[in-house]
Ligand binder design. Structure first.
Ligand SMILES: [Mg+2]
Length: 367
């Protein structure tokens, strides 16, 4: 079935409460909702998710003005051709991978709906029904982080992820306080979002944190410091999870070749979509490595796409992923809820990505 139209609608997704990390504080996220229609009249939905640099609205313009014409007329079953066309269109900047992801996941959604099967079926089948998630802990005063930790454990999360990186003494105090407030069985990881700049200093901090049971450190150093990351990996007891350093499969290859990663944190959006994310998983498998899935955070469409990939990949880590960012938004453009139970995301079983657009909401949230 041929594609008859591709439209990217700019939307504003407001956060329930402002979100913070070591880069700043955000009140809302500007995304694009991609609608790909086929000859049958059926549509597929995708999401262009970008929390930083002013958001995804200029990417929507690019899709509408320059991409749409090149995609109309292609067959939705001809995924290789569609991806080649998108690769050509996004060859000028890495940011365009996010637009590619939005269009590509909409095509998968349309293909799945047309065939009447969930997308995970098209990716090789469902390996698991639920995706374990980390309990998120935004940077905050130590007492508030501790309260959040206790709450997350009560909600059923078995691993907490603390954002760190701006203040060493405070970070260590937070790790200590949280450790003392939660059961020993609950695991802890930290995410420095590249905030530490010196490998030796980072090693000292990590060594102190591992004494409190932190055993995964996410992106401790800037994404350019591959040799330093490899050094840190060989000299600390924590596993190094690479996040900012890996967008697409080329980044993944660099990190794996240089032995700079124990695990890769894959984003559907940064990878250029479902197929791009799958390629990273498959490459990591060749190196005997597992991956987890991150969150831009996408809204429910991107989160559903992430869930389908997570469900289907053989080397999804048994350690939790982060597909919970969608819960931070006050409202979304889709009708269905995505369910989280006991700290795990339930994989949607409906055809395609398993979400449908609420057109009134889309109109209301249009920017
Ligand atoms: Mg991260």
């Amino acid at each position: 079935m041929k594609i008859v139209s591709v439209e990217a609608v700019p939307v504003t997704l407001n956060f329930r409460e402002p979100v913070s990390d070591s880069w700043g504080v955000y009140a809302a996220s500007r995304h694009g909702i991609v609608i790909v229609r086929g000859e049958s009249g059926e549509y597929g939905a995708g999401e262009i998710a970008l929390a930083w640099f002013g958001g995804a609205h200029t990417l929507c313009q690019d899709v509408n003005r320059h991409w749409s014409d090149k995609l109309v007329g292609l067959d939705i079953g001809d995924m290789t051709r569609i991806v080649q066309t998108l690769d050509y269109l996004c060859s000028f900047s890495k940011r365009h991978l996010l637009a590619k992801a939005g269009v590509e996941m909409a095509v998968w959604d349309l293909l799945g709906k047309t065939l009447g099967v969930p997308v995970y079926q098209l990716l090789g089948g469902k390996q698991r029904d639920r995706i374990a998630l980390t309990g998120g802990m935004p940077m905050d005063a130590v007492e508030r982080m501790t309260e959040t930790a206790v709450k997350r454990v009560k909600e059923g999360y078995t691993e907490l992820k603390l954002k760190v990186g701006l203040d060493e003494a405070k970070d260590l105090a937070a790790v200590r306080a949280v450790r003392n407030a939660i059961p020993d069985s609950v695991r802890m990881r930290v995410d420095a979002n590249m905030a530490w700049k010196d490998a030796k200093r980072a090693k000292t901090v990590i060594d102190e944190m591992t004494a409190y049971g932190v055993d995964i450190v996410e992106q401790p150093l800037p994404d350019t410091q591959l040799d330093e990351l490899a050094w840190l990996r060989s000299r600390t007891d924590a596993m190094i999870l690479i996040d900012e350093g890996v967008w697409d499969v080329h980044d993944a290859k660099r990190h794996l070749e240089r032995e700079a990663a124990d695990m890769l944190h894959v984003y559907i959006s940064e990878a250029g979509g479902i197929g791009g994310a799958k390629r990273i998983f498959e490459l990591a498998a060749l190196y005997g490595k597992d991956c987890t899935i991150g969150s831009m955070p996408e809204g429910r469409i991107g989160a559903a796409a992430s869930a389908h990939v997570a469900a289907a990949m053989g080397n999804l880590s048994h350690r939790p992923s982060d597909i919970r960012g969608f819960t931070a938004y006050a409202e979304d453009v889709v009708s269905e809820e995505l369910d989280i139970a006991e700290g795990s995301l339930i994989v949607p079983d409906r055809a395609g990505l398993g979400v449908t657009i609420d057109w009134d909401k889309l109109r209301a949230m249009r920017a």
